[in-house]
Design a protein around this ligand. Sequence first.
Ligand code: NAD
Length: 485
Amino acid sequence: MKYTKVQNFINGQFVDAQGTGYLDVISPVNGVLLSQVPLSAQADLDKAVASAKAAFKEWSQTPIKVRVQVFFKYKTLLEKNLVELSKLVEEENGKTYTEAVAEIEKAIELAEFACSLPQLVTGELLEVSKGIECRTEYVPLGVVASIVPFNFPSMVPNWTIPNAIALGNCMILKPSEKVPLSVGRIAELLKEAGLPDGVLNIVHGDSKMVEAICDHPGVEAVSFVGSTKVAKIVYQRATGNLKRCLALGGAKNHLLVLPDAIPGMTAQNITASMSGCAGQRCMAASAMVGVGAVDHIIDQLVAEAKKVIPGENLGAVISKESMDRINNYITSAEKQGAKILLDGRNAKVAGKEEGYYVGPTVIDHVTPDMDVAREEIFGPVISIMRTNTLDEALAIENANPYGNAASVFTQSGGAARYVMTHASAGMVGVNVGVPVPREPFSFGGWNESRFGVGDITGKSSIEFWTKLKKSTTKWNPEAGVNWMS
Ligand code: NAD
């Protein structure tokens, strides 16, 4: 085992979990056993919540301009440790080093946004009648929880940690049991940046720990990022316990390609979108809908996708189960009558035979009823459907139950505007394969890609991590008495 067993992080210390079981943490790159992650007990969660609750007293009373100083330092520490942090993400998640660097750079941008929060949460004040003032303040909730997936071991925890904590909350983080290592470094760097003990606590585990968090009476709010199946479970369980909840789920993102799209640029964007992070992004292109005569673009797409080489510029998928699942999707499309233009099954990387690789895969003549058209594959696979009109293409996009992202490739402003208006997705791209909004714009899908109100990052997250206090004051005797005083 390359690293020691993973520990929880409670009250500023790394401590052994009290649960009895451990799960292996395997590197998808080469199948090497990296570590073991504990299945923590209820007692571990109780301690973490108690520590967060105790820390909340002082942290919530610390002015926000002081609180964000931690994140200025944290940002600098992320920059200083970028290489080491990226290597750890590469090792535990399987994405390429270049992709891991991009992930840490995004974490840096998220920390930077948190530093700007004092400018955004100034509240409001108005003299509402003679001598009487109303003012609003954003007040932290208390102990909040963040449950995260495997595909971004650093970025997704950094979606929630900086904003929630800068806004005055104390947090319990439940990492993915598949990638539990990067969050340990996040905790260390935040401690080095001056975060007081107890403000961030990490409790490892699997679905049982998620259920315990949703049920814990000391937790005020739960944010979740992961698959739609689990997002529904978490949203129902947390809100059933009368907690605030925002649960982001899976995706099936459609790229609509019109014949006037610039072929080279479109082919490159689609390839990058479907194969980046081995297709394990909730913003990945999973379906392409060609409108009319687009064979010349599909030819270029196949040529571009052939340049994506497993083990070089294409990383591994997270597990053997994922690899088998993705391969089975390709086989099912073939059986259902689709045409495989580029086949990523049986990918092997010399020297990394025990790693989990799927090559880039382009499937043409897919029909909307096929499994590959309807379900999230979460691998480097693009399924191409064909229509005659833009409205038919939009009908396919609208009919899918998810709603994270949709993009259109065209040189027509009118067609682009039409798609922006009619796509049923929270994030829309025009000639952009991965339309992730950058800070201060917020990240969040629609439909079954998100349960709850608001988005998880940017300005929208302020509403989720705070409650509004409204105070009315009258100090002046001349204010007298009116209907509301
Ligand atoms: P997952 O839903 O399997 O796991 C996410 C978290 O939930 C993990 O911490 C896991 O321990 C826990 N969990 C798993 N099964 C559970 C259960 N039955 N009950 C309670 N908790 C459970 O997701 P994943 O495989 O880690 O991540 C991939 C998924 O996440 C994809 O569907 C992807 O689209 C989605 N995702 C969405 C976004 C977004 O912003 N919408 C971002 C990243 C990933």
